[in-house]
Design a protein around this ligand. Structure first.
Ligand SMILES: [Zn+2]
Ligand SMILES: [Zn+2]
Length: 86
């Protein structure tokens, strides 16, 4: 028997599984199944995707991708001010 018993890196699973040597990936995390790997990778990815930003108009923190303002109201107000200043 050439192999190792590994513990699934999915915290919700933690199943022990046998993996033959040579098939042990050189990664820190090993999973018993593809679905376990996918569930952990997906949760990481979704966490990474959410960014906390600060509204440049009211300084309120909000979650968003590309908008500089927490709401459409702030965007409108900020734009009306810059227009008035001009
Ligand atoms: Zn697992
Ligand atoms: Zn705002």
């Amino acid at each position: 028997m050439n192999g190792r018993v590994l513990v699934c890196a999915n915290p919700k699973c933690r199943k022990r599984f046998y993996r033959p040597i040579g098939k042990i990936e050189k990664v820190k995390m090993s999973f018993c199944s593809r679905s376990c790997a996918a569930s952990v990778n997906n949760s990481k990815f979704s966490k990474r995707k959410v960014k906390i930003k600060k509204c440049i108009y009211c300084n309120k923190e909000f979650k968003g991708d590309s908008e500089k303002y927490c709401s459409r109201e702030c965007k409108d107000k900020a734009q009306t001010i810059s227009k008035e200043e001009i």
